[in-house]
Design a protein around this ligand. Structure first.
Ligand code: ATP
Ligand code: MG
Length: 875
């Protein structure tokens, strides 16, 4: 029996022998595609080949691809753990033909691999074929059925509808029928009883799809109609974990050697056994599955966060924490302890995991800790909601309350339900769903983007000339209208373009397009989509078919390039000053500033920042010339000493950017020599996640502006201090004077309060045996409070101090202080003040012996005073 590792290799070898080029997995987290956050199928990395934007280097390709299905079109999250064959992250084995072989070879080879290499029992295999769809004039895929009939009896060939057997890339674009291969893993007795064919695509966990062969032969246009695709494409995807299950004779993916090491470790750490209690089993599967996803995304530089892809990862992590918390009974961080086993198991096939083990562990631990605190807060809030409901004799938690818990506190709904059930209560699920619906609608309105069909103007492919030239003679290839958030604009593709499209953290270029007859339109941004630059403009030229000159804003570009080169120098200097554990985790480069995120476990000290600045600025003064190599195969780039970067896509020829000892793989624009940067200054250093620091810096003219500002500040400060020699001394002198004055004021105050207290006590009336010390008029609130305490100290029995004062800004204040014998009789300053404060339109309170209340209406002070004396029984 093959081990999972051998299975992966056998697949690659099989297709290599049949003329396929074996390529590495693309990253799982996609950084530069606005339409997709995660790779969810093997074909994603070949999308631009399939769309014809990039030529295929090899017409036959095969690989094993890390996929994630937790958002958008493919979202299996809710299944994961509950069933035994859907994962969040899984590996997809696939083979492709770009305009080469088609249905026959795809089917024959799939059959040959499954029955001779994987040695699956042919009697347990079923194939589905597209049954046709009359409204679109599509017939049954008899061609595919015919090839299957060579291998399978007709009873094992099953018609499938449009939903299961017609694959589409999106609303528009390449599409075609597909043919799935299913396997029946049930026992012989069960198979004798119920025919496997009747269970295909019926969610039976033992009769499952393992491989999908997609035959792309059409292109769907914007109006919905289908055109034949010029170069037909084979795109297949087989679930690696499911194949392992079938081949290793298991009934669950989690019983294969892909998962057993993790399950065993979870069992060891939690002290619970797998296979005894369904709820515990689900939690264990969730933990084993999710920790893979989280670790792989962190290795792909996607940290859990509050937005977009980061938020998806955070939610997956929280889902795992919650299952572990509830069903494995672990109330402390747990998942991070599984990273060791995961790395031991998969680190060889995925070296990025080994390289980043420390940071993966720390990030997971920190996320777990912070979510566990959230859980506690949520539980407290839920307790208070339940108390309130019970006090009102209700047994249902309101939908909006559950939603507040869910949305604002990140408190999972099923946990809310569980706790409610434990307390004999229910959830208003309809109310909750309604709130959820409202929120989704809000999100949809914000995100919706509508695009028209491309209008073709000239044939051809786009060529980027922007590394060498700020302008280019060009023609419009095609354009289309786009509407987003109520705004309309145009996307334009050019035959030759100097415009850099936003990528790798560097913002897109701005500039203009000038036609031969002088018509000028402004390009406000440039973005990359499916590997081509898309120029954004609010307007179309009067004649799109004219010849144009495309010109970028050279001043902005120079500033951007200076900041980008500065980023490389800072990266290098950080590694020299802090250590080689510093790795880039993200960056942003614009004309105004640069931002650089990197792994490091402590705050970078001011001294270290100085050192980095000095190293960088020394290299700027050396005016080191750029050495640039384009179209370099990855292996050669590594040899040149480029920092080991993971996540390059197959076929990518990389560009190496070198300034002396700084060597990086980078597609961005850079200065001709470091001297052009002028100077760099780091303006901020902060933490953005566990083990990740962020540096913000500026360069060139922006530093000049900063220095001007600093100098002006100093100049003005010394003018204010009346000193133009030693400003430090002048400030110190002024601080000393200030402290001395403060001390004097405090002494005077104390004397004044003592005097005033004495005179108030001397003039106090005695009413009903109680000394009433009254203070009225304008007084500073601090002084009033001090007098109140002095009165209590100096006249400790049968004394009531009552002040109805206003401060210099005419804000009224009531103050009542009572001697202890009076409070012992039941008088309460807090209650009295609260009652009397109504007269000044205010409120307040305090303790029985001392209380104050502010208000809005000083004209009510006399009646408030009367009220107080009345309540004290002194009237
Ligand atoms: P299913 O109906 O079982 O969810 P699918 O139709 O979504 O499968 P495809 O999109 O055709 O699957 O993906 C190709 C193959 O990838 C499937 O045949 C299956 O073996 C595997 N696969 C799909 N989704 C998952 C998942 N969430 N976890 C593990 N393997 C999967
Ligand atoms: Mg699916």
């Amino acid at each position: 029996m093959l081990t999972s590792k051998e299975v992966r290799e056998s697949f690659k070898k099989f297709f290599e022998e049949r003329g396929h080029k074996i390529v590495p997995s693309a990253p799982m987290v996609i950084k530069d595609d606005p339409t997709l956050m995660f790779t969810n199928a093997g074909m994603n990395q070949f999308k631009d080949i399939i769309l014809g934007n990039r030529p295929a280097e090899s017409k036959r390709v095969a690989d094993s691809q890390k996929c994630l299905r937790v958002s958008g079109k493919h979202n299996d999250l809710e299944e994961v753990g509950h069933d035994t064959y859907h994962h969040t992250m899984f590996e997809m084995l696939g083979n492709w033909s770009f305009g080469d072989y088609f249905k026959q070879e795809a089917i024959d080879w799939a059959w040959e691999y499954l029955t001779t290499v994987a040695k699956l029992d042919p009697n347990r295999l079923y194939a589905t074929v597209f049954e046709g769809y009359a409204p679109e004039g599509l017939e049954r895929d008899n061609e595919a059925a015919g090839y299957w009939e060579k291998h399978l009896p007709v009873s094992h060939i099953i018609n499938g509808n449009r939903k299961d057997n017609f694959w589409e890339m999106g609303d528009t674009g390449p599409c075609g029928p597909c043919s799935e291969i299913h396997i029946d893993l049930r026992s012989d007795e069960e198979r004798a009883e119920i025919d496997g064919a009747s269970l295909v695509n019926k969610d039976n966990p033992q009769v499952i799809e393992i491989w999908n062969l997609v035959f792309m032969q059409y292109n769907r246009k914007n109006d919905g109609h289908l055109e034949p695709l010029p170069a037909k494409v084979i795109d297949t995807g087989m679930g690696f974990e499911r194949l392992c299950m079938a081949l290793q004779g298991k009934k669950s993916n989690y019983d294969t050697d892909v998962f057993t090491p993790l399950i065993n470790e979870i069992s060891r750490l939690s002290g619970k056994k797998y296979g005894e209690d369904e709820k515990v089993d689900i939690a264990m599967r969730v933990a084993a599955d999710h920790v893979r996803t989280i670790a792989f995304s962190i290795a792909d530089s996607q940290l859990p966060s509050n937005a977009k892809a980061g938020y998806v990862i955070r939610r997956i992590l929280r889902r795992a924490v919650r299952y572990v918390y509830t069903f494995l009974g672990r109330k402390e961080a747990f998942l991070y302890q599984l990273v060791d086993v995961l790395v031991a198991q998969m680190g060889e096939a995925y070296p990025e995991l080994t390289a980043q083990k420390d940071i993966i562990t720390r990030v997971i631990k920190e996320e777990e800790d912070s979510f566990l605190r959230t859980l506690e807060n949520g539980i407290r809030l839920l307790d208070s909601y339940m108390e309130k409901a019970k006090a009102e004799n209700k047994d249902t938690l309101a939908g909006n309350e559950a939603f507040v818990l869910y949305d604002t506190y990140g408190f999972p709904l099923d946990l809310t339900e569980l706790i409610l059930r434990e307390n004999g209560m229910k959830l208003d699920k309809e109310g909750f769903d309604a709130e959820m619906q409202k929120q989704k609608q809000r999100a949809r309105n914000a995100a919706a983007i509508e695009t028209d069909d491309w209008v073709e103007v000239n044939p051809g492919e786009e060529v980027f000339v922007g590394y060498d030239s700020p302008e280019a003679e060009t023609e419009i290839l095609r354009y289309r209208k786009v509407k987003q958030k109520g705004k309309e604009f145009y996307q334009i593709m050019l035959s030759r373009t100097p415009f850099y499209a936003e990528m790798g953290g560097q913002v897109g270029d701005r500039g203009v397009l000038v036609s031969e007859d002088g018509d000028t339109i402004e390009i406000f941004d440039t973005k990359k989509e499916n590997n081509v630059a898309i120029h954004l403009s609010n307007k179309l030229p009067a004649n799109p078919a004219a010849h144009f000159v495309a010109k970028i804003d050279t001043e902005a570009r120079a500033a951007i390039s200076a900041n980008h080169t500065a980023t490389h120098l800072i990266h290098e200097a950080l590694r020299e000053v802090l250590g080689t554990h510093v790795e880039q985790k993200g960056s942003y480069v614009s004309a105004d500033m640069l931002r650089f995120d990197f792994s490091h476990f402590q705050k970078v000290t001011p001294e270290e920042i100085r050192k980095v600045e000095h190293l960088v600025n020394a290299r700027i003064r050396q005016a080191i010339a750029l050495e640039e190599r384009r179209e370099l195969p990855i292996a050669e780039a590594r040899e040149m000493g480029a920092m080991a970067l993971f996540g390059e896509k197959y076929g990518d020829k990389v560009r190496v950017v070198k300034y002396g000892s700084s060597v990086e793989l980078c597609g961005g624009t850079h200065v001709a020599n470091t001297g052009n940067i002028g100077i760099v200054r780091i303006v901020n250093e902060s933490s953005i996640a566990a083990g990740i620091r962020r540096i913000e810096a500026i360069s060139a003219a922006n530093v000049e502006a900063l220095l001007d500002d600093m100098q002006d500040t100093l100049r003005e400060a010394s003018a204010l201090l009346g000193s133009n020699t030693d400003i430090r001394n002048a400030i110190q002198k002024s601080l000393n004077e200030n402290a001395e004055l403060k001390h004097q004021v405090e002494t005077f105050m104390a004397e004044k309060i003592a005097m005033q207290t004495k005179s108030l006590l001397d003039n106090a009336q005695v009413v009903n045996g109680v000394k009433l010390v009254a203070l009225l008029g304008t007084n500073n609130p601090d002084v009033v409070k001090n007098i109140a305490f002095a009165v209590r100290r100096d006249s400790a029995e049968s004394t009531a101090f009552v002040a109805a004062t206003s401060d210099p800004a005419n804000k009224p204040l009531l103050t009542v202080a009572l001697s202890d014998d009076l409070t012992a009789q039941g008088l309460n300053a807090g209650q009295i003040v609260r009652e009397a404060a109504k007269a000044i339109k205010g409120g307040g309170g305090g303790q029985p012996f001392f209380a104050q209340a502010g208000g809005k209406d000083a004209s009510g002070l006399p009646s408030a005073f009367d009220k107080i004396t009345e309540l004290l029984g002194l009237k």
